[in-house]
Design a protein around this ligand. Sequence first.
Ligand code: AHM
Ligand code: MG
Length: 334
Amino acid sequence: MLGFQVTTLGQFIIERQSEIPGVKGEFSRLLRDIGIAAKIISREVNKAGLAEILGEAGMENVQGEDVKKLDVIANQLMIDCLSRGGECCAVASEEEEDIILISTPQANEAKYVVMMDPLDGSSNIDVNVSIGTIFSIFERVTPVGTPATKEDFMQAGNKCLASGYMIYGSSTMLVYTTGKGVNGFTLDPSIGEFCLSHPNIRIPKMGKIYSVNEGNKADFPEGLNTYIQWCQEIDKETNRPYSSRYIGSMVADLHRNLLKGGIFVYPQTTKKPDGKLRLLYECNPMAFIVEQAGGRATNGYGKRILDIEPTELHQRTPIIIGSEDMVKQLEQLM
Ligand code: AHM
Ligand code: MG
């Protein structure tokens, strides 16, 4: 194959533009800008291992420049790409205390806001393990022509127009949804393009993988411990024991479970009564993708993640997400 059949992310975005009601070229341009940011962040992630040579974060490198942490770099790159495109009026980021108003003269005219976790799985950065970027796009609720406010970000996930993630793994992928299924693109570094590699991703209804930080077991709700024990029992009919897989990067853990089938849990614990993961930057975007792929995402107590009304930018929520039947099974025990 010479590559003539390849569909690039840019082509795909334009071809699918008409599927989203009320959406015009600006929205496609915004997705394209995120695609550009993805390529640049991927490049930075790939050379992160050279930090020892180029200089440690927080110090000066051999050229006398300040070396920044990768998550700070990713945050700035996303904001720069979104500012350059002109379709986004403001950004909320896990890395920033408050919302960031895009400072270009035309920004108030833009219709969309972006929420993001620029580099998820930060504990894995220094050890060369997969990390990711998570994003979601909403239409603003304040009038176009005025500066965006926090209100534009206090929207339930069910209002989300598009969400996605980049995973920097053995290859770099961008997976996203606009509410019409989920599609995955793999970066071909030789041509510098994301190419459609995983069209119409569907998560298996039932899987054999459970992903949870079992180190916190002593603090888990009883129902979760009962479920984990059940996953570990031997039973030929239900193909148990299941495999335990936990990378510690939500993007990587969920990406694997999305393709193979499985459940990912970050529950509330006695130490963290709201769990750890952030509703706006991590849980909502991933819940939108998993639901669009045919899976399920709740807080474990009957509440759909996408229906939670946020009150705080950095709000956390417990989450159970993945293959529909596995999530339902655990919910019954909770
Ligand atoms: P981060 O955004 O600071 O990287 O934290 C989020 C990460 C998730 O990617 C991952 O699922 C979780 O934290 C792991 O937490 P823990 O080490 O408590 O299991
Ligand atoms: Mg994160």
